[in-house]
Ligand binder design. Structure first.
Ligand SMILES: *Cc1c(COP(=O)(O)O)cnc(C)c1O
Length: 363
């Protein structure tokens, strides 16, 4: 029996070969006689695992040498506090609010610094990204925060803003939790990129932070030692015990991605998958997506049925066909299909076939 297709927003589907390999290595990793879960994080075996994961991630995302890669804990929401603790110096941070996640980020940052809402699309229901030329950036911001893929509202930056060209010297901080490794990152425009692993990278528990070296060593005195980027970097992500199994799974996903052709191959596939699904929605006259076409997410596709009373029958029929976790976020309603790297084209084809059949039956 093939496994069902899982469209969950996160924790989300993993590549099947990764699960198979983790299962095969569960009791005895590479003849060590230990499960990865049972190893010392300071031992030679785990040392190999984390070093390889870091090197593979650096290669996949073409992370330049002046950036440090940190494996942390606390998730995306933890970073909402950890970033201002490390970068704000108690001053002002600019926020671009384009959905629930950046909204949460600016709220949390208020505990540690002054927040300037440089742009927000809340009034129009988070369906667009305002032109960067219209942002009200402050003159001396410690950093500018943006969520480059809004997992709940399905809004994605198709390119990163050039803050210098907008007259800001502040480093750009991106929450890329739900699309990291789905497309390349232009590092010339970024100071810090962070993301929890459980969307596109692996399992929950590890948070990837990629930080430009000159931004280390700025933490507020109240910043917990385990969350001080400088401290984490100096200790090779082992100031305290890292989430070892989550790092291992992320490492297996990186190896799988390299076998598939890396980020370029992922991006090509993601463009194809997203086009198939949006075309189905747009052509249907039955389903609708409200996001401005220019910033529709390739990863998270929210959509609504023309008759809300059909939501439950739609979900039940989907489950019967092995199409799981399509229910939309409670704050938005309707449906949401998350089609991360690990979702094969065949999964989107199966979803589209079902959507067309369901629409024909209920039109
Ligand atoms: C899921 C998500 C988060 C929250 O991650 P946690 O690991 O639950 O803290 C933050 N930002 C974005 C964009 C997300 O998709």
């Amino acid at each position: 029996m093939p496994r069902p297709y899982n469209f969950a927003p996160g924790p989300a589907t993993l590549p099947e070969p990764v699960l198979t390999r983790a299962a095969a290595e569960m009791l005895d990793w590479h003849g060590s006689g230990m499960s990865v879960m049972e190893m010392s994080h300071r031992g030679k075996e785990f040392g190999e695992i984390i070093a390889r994961a870091e090197a593979d991630l650096r290669e996949l995302l073409a992370v330049p040498p002046p950036f440090r890669i940190l494996f942390m804990q606390g998730g995306g929401l933890g970073e909402n506090a950890i970033v201002p603790l490390n970068l704000s110096r108690g001053g002002t941070a600019d926020f671009i609010v384009t959905g629930s996640w950046s909204q949460k980020s600016q709220k949390e940052a208020r505990r540690y610094c002054t927040v300037n809402l440089a742009a927000t699309t809340e009034a129009t229901g988070f369906t667009a990204i305002p032109d960067a030329a219209t942002w009200s950036l402050s003159r001396d911001a410690a950093y500018v925060h943006a969520c480059t893929n809004e997992t709940i509202h399905g809004v994605e930056f198709q390119s990163l803003p050039d803050l210098k060209a907008l007259g800001s010297d502040a480093p750009l901080v991106i929450d890329c939790s739900s699309h990291i490794l789905s497309r390349p990152i232009d590092w010339t425009k970024v100071g810090v990129a962070f993301g929890g692993a459980q969307k596109n990278v692996g399992m929950s528990g590890v948070t990837i932070v990629i930080v430009r070296e000159d931004l280390l060593g700025r933490a507020l005195p109240i910043c917990p030692s385990a969350f001080d980027y400088q401290n984490v970097a100096d200790n090779g992500s082992m100031y305290n015990t890292p989430p070892t199994y989550a790092v291992y799974i992320a490492g297996l996903v990186f190896q799988w991605m390299k076998e598939q052709g890396g980020v370029a191959a992922m991006e090509r596939r993601n463009i194809e998958k997203a086009a198939l699904l949006y075309d189905c929605i747009d052509a249907s006259g039955f389903y609708v997506n409200h996001v401005d076409r220019a910033c529709r997410s390739r990863m998270n596709v929210p959509f609504f049925l023309s008759d809300e009373r059909l939501n439950e029958p739609f979900l039940a029929g989907a489950r019967e066909r092995g199409l799981l976790q399509l229910k939309g976020h409670k704050s938005v309603g309707g449906m949401r299909a998350s089609i991360y790297n690990a979702m094969p084209l065949s999964g989107v084809q199966a979803l589209v076939a079902y959507m067309q059949e369901f629409a024909a039956r209920h039109r």
